[in-house]
Design a protein around this ligand. Structure first.
Ligand code: CTP
Length: 414
């Protein structure tokens, strides 16, 4: 799967001698598949676990192992490989990082290709410690970690779990999706929305009938999650207010789980009080059961049916609109419109009525767009310009397009 943010990004993946090296092979492979250009440096002890050929096979590029070697086919004049490798790189990732290498980096030592490259590089350094729990907790290691972080390096915290030794503690290298998530955050630091707070809502609200049942709709939350990921990739700080439990939360987002429209309203008001951008991708139920039964509603042999009385839910965007008139926050508000007929006309009136800067209109009658599927066919309306009809896109692409449009708009707005 390609990842827009990683396209053509040059990542130097420095691999040190830990059993977790096998996870770095998967990482190198996934980064390459995502579109990054991955140059691997291996320390001598890393090569005891895995051969350079393994990394070369997954990256399709030369692997660098020796400060003094001059016969690489990778195109770098290798007597200055350390300078060349670090120079053009967008990120230096030391994954897995042993206690030994962390100590050398903290001390600014330069006795192998990895440490020399780290000193020569001008790009950010991200590192993921992997070691036994006792080694990780040792005062010396903790001191070295702090030194690196204070110097601006980005630490990927190790996870707690069972080690190869059989012991349990903190020191395990996280799995590939977590590592890629952290790498994305590091690369996004200069993004168009860096320093901005974005609130995204996702999923259909669940309106309780009794302790076990609810009324809801078909919204899968996928479009909202894709928008949250796109905002993260643009460098934003993201709060994701969601009714969905089954989708992986984009790494770096703060998840605020909610169920009902009322809970979502409260969360939106709290989160967006200081936010730059609010994107209401959630399918908020317009009605909820008038009363919620305390106990599960039982049927008897005589029960033939059940009538539910529904009452109106608050309109979250209308409430935000009123507050915004006084506070000025959130600075930008984006709504969605799910329509089954007259898409453009209905969407246009919703944009005006709800006081929105942008509105994403969905034709829910199309089978390749809208609920549950991975693709979407939308129109994008803005307060400022003509409606845009976008072609069939993946929800990821729609999210990225929307975030790009918003980022350009905020740049003018400021
Ligand atoms: N929305 C909201 N609060 C509600 C209902 C909807 O904030 N109680 C938001 C949705 O998150 C979406 C936008 O309003 O961003 C439009 O939602 P939609 O269901 O299409 O419109 P409604 O306002 O409910 O209008 P209608 O159902 O009449 O089309």
């Amino acid at each position: 799967m390609t990842i827009t943010l990683l396209q053509h990004k040059r990542i130097v993946l420095a691999v040190t001698g830990s059993i977790a090296v096998y996870k770095a092979v998967d990482l190198a492979s996934k980064l390459t598949q995502a579109g990054a250009v991955v140059d691997v440096i291996m320390t001598e002890s890393a090569q005891k676990f895995v051969t350079p050929l393994t990394f070369q096979s997954v990256t399709g590029r030369s692997v660098y192992t020796d400060l003094w070697q001059t016969d690489h086919a990778g195109g770098l004049p290798t007597h200055i490989a350390h300078v060349g490798l670090g120079e053009g790189a967008d990120l230096l990732a030391v994954i897995p990082a042993t206690a030994h290498t962390i100590a050398k980096l903290a001390a600014g030592m330069s006795d192998d290709l990895l440490t020399v490259t780290a000193l020569a590089a001008r790009c950010p350094l991200i590192f993921a410690p992997a070691m036994d729990g006792g080694m990780y907790q040792h005062a010396a290691t903790q001191h070295n970690l702090r030194t690196l972080v204070e110097r601006g390096a980005i630490l990927i915290e190790p996870e707690t779990g069972r080690f190869a030794s059989g012991l349990i503690g903190q020191g395990r290298l996280p799995e590939t999706p977590t590592l890629i998530g952290a790498i994305r955050r590091a690369l996004a630091r200069q993004g168009a929305l860096a320093g901005q707070k974005v609130v995204v809502t996702a999923g259909g609200t669940r309106e309780a009938i009794d302790p076990v049942r609810f009324v809801s709709n078909h919204s899968s939350g996928k479009q909202g999650y894709a928008i949250a990921q796109a905002a993260l990739d643009a460098g934003a700080e993201v709060s994701l207010i969601s009714t969905i439990q089954s989708l992986p939360v984009p790494i770096g987002a703060t998840l605020i789980p909610v169920n009902s429209a009322q809970e979502m309203l409260n969360a939106v008001l709290t989160e967006s009080a200081q936010a730059d951008i609010l994107i209401m991708a959630a399918a908020v139920a317009d009605f909820r059961p008038e009363t919620i039964a305390d106990q599960k509603i039982k049927k008897t042999d005589e029960t033939r049916g059940l009538t539910l009385n529904l009452t109106r839910n608050p309109d979250i965007l209308q409430t935000v609109k009123q507050g915004r008139e006084e506070s000025g926050f959130p600075r930008i508000v984006v709504g969605f419109a799910a329509e089954s007929e007259n898409l453009v006309a209905n969407a246009q009136s919703k944009l005006a009525r709800k006081g929105l800067d942008f509105l994403v209109g969905n034709d829910i009658s199309a089978s390749d767009a809208g609920f549950a599927v991975d693709t979407n066919r939308v129109i994008l309306l803005s307060k400022a310009g003509e409606p845009e009809t976008l072609p069939l896109m993946s929800k990821t692409e729609v999210g990225e397009y929307l975030i790009d449009r918003i980022a350009r708009y905020t740049a003018i707005d400021r």
